[in-house]
Design a protein around this ligand. Structure first.
Ligand SMILES: Cc1cc2nc3c(=O)[nH]c(=O)nc-3n(C[C@H](O)[C@H](O)[C@H](O)COP(=O)(O)OP(=O)(O)OC[C@H]3O[C@@H](n4cnc5c(N)ncnc54)[C@H](O)[C@@H]3O)c2cc1C
Length: 279
């Protein structure tokens, strides 16, 4: 494997900037997505990697009055063991606990989950439902992209080849409802047939669906419906808005019809139950 191992962020950004955009260095953090390709995709061996693991600036979770910032090397485990996250953002912890097993939770990063861009990812929906902002850095400076505007197509995102994600920022606010639901063929070590993250805060309802479109996405028609009509009386009340928001497909994991029906059900249960508990 050809890899360079910069000692700090400035050196990493220099190395990225020096490469032509048709053969960029490929950042590698936990490697839990990238290494899966290693045995099966010959191009994975030809590429040169930028190993991020020595970049202390990107480590850990940081709380301020305004936000929780996940460094780009923050793993799922870093969040699972963070007491404030358990109290204030249980939705993050719930999704982290659903990612693979402990080995993957301790190596895999939230930033890697974002860049990998799987429509079935577990980290992305909860980050999106919490209004997260992706902080990107390059030799030319920093820019910020709200996660709900990050994806431009199937596994394609706003990150340019010479940029790194340096952090993911989650604004702090009271969130009365926080729900993450992953529907898979078994309780652990599964890829979602349907994923759902729901929050309600002063910013309004956020409904984010996974595995029902070519990217993970917010569901504006469902959010509007909940805002205007409140908690529904039956799952069927969500059907029309749901059809506007998502376009599931048949694939090896499930059928389009199953996905649409189940998404409506789990959303109904999540908002009813969440509202009852929130009082
Ligand atoms: C056995 C197994 C089970 C899994 N189970 C789940 C699951 O249940 N749910 C789930 O969502 N995922 C799952 N995954 C996928 C994976 O673990 C996650 O997507 C993880 O978050 C990826 O993070 P990473 O740090 O390992 O990424 P890497 O493999 O290091 O990188 C992934 C992508 O992100 C890019 N990248 C990483 N960091 C940066 C950065 N800072 N800036 C720019 N680009 C960057 C890389 O270039 C690459 O394109 C599983 C994987 C395995 C092998």
């Amino acid at each position: 494997m050809k890899a360079v191992r910069p000692a700090d962020l400035a050196e990493a950004l220099d190395l990225l900037a020096q490469r032509p955009s048709d053969s960029p260095l490929v950042p590698i953090a936990g490697g839990t997505d990238l290494m899966v390709h290693w045995p099966v995709r010959p191009d994975a061996r030809d590429r040169e990697y930028l190993d991020l693991t020595r970049l202390d600036e990107l480590r850990g979770v940081r709380w301020s009055n305004e936000a929780l910032e996940l460094g780009a090397l923050a793993s799922y485990w870093d969040v699972i063991v963070d007491r404030r996250a358990v109290e204030e953002l249980p939705i993050l912890v719930a999704s982290a606990r659903q990612v693979g097993a402990i080995q993957i939770q301790s190596r895999g990063t939230w930033a890697g989950n974002v860049v990998n861009g799987s429509p079935a990812a577990d980290g992305v929906p909860v980050l999106m439902a919490c209004d997260s902002v992706v902080v990107l850095a390059s030799h030319d400076g920093r820019r910020e992209v709200p996660l709900d505007r990050y994806y431009t197509g199937y596994r394609e995102g706003a990150r340019r080849p010479h940029e790194l994600i340096v952090a993911i920022r989650i604004p702090r606010m009271a969130r009365g409802i926080q729900r993450f639901v992953k529907v898979g063929p078994r309780k652990a070590q599964a890829i979602a047939k349907v994923g759902l993250a729901v929050t309600r805060s002063e910013a309004g309802w956020r409904v984010v669906a996974a595995s029902v479109a070519h990217t993970i996405r917010r569901c504006p028609a469902l959010e509007r419906l909940l805002e205007e009509r409140g908690i529904p009386n039956a799952p069927e009340d969500l059907d029309a808005a749901l059809r506007e928001d998502v376009s599931p497909i048949d694939d090896i994991r499930s059928t389009a019809e199953y996905r649409a029906r189940v998404l409506g059900r789990v959303l109904f249960d999540a908002v009813r139950d969440g509202a009852e508990r929130a009082g």
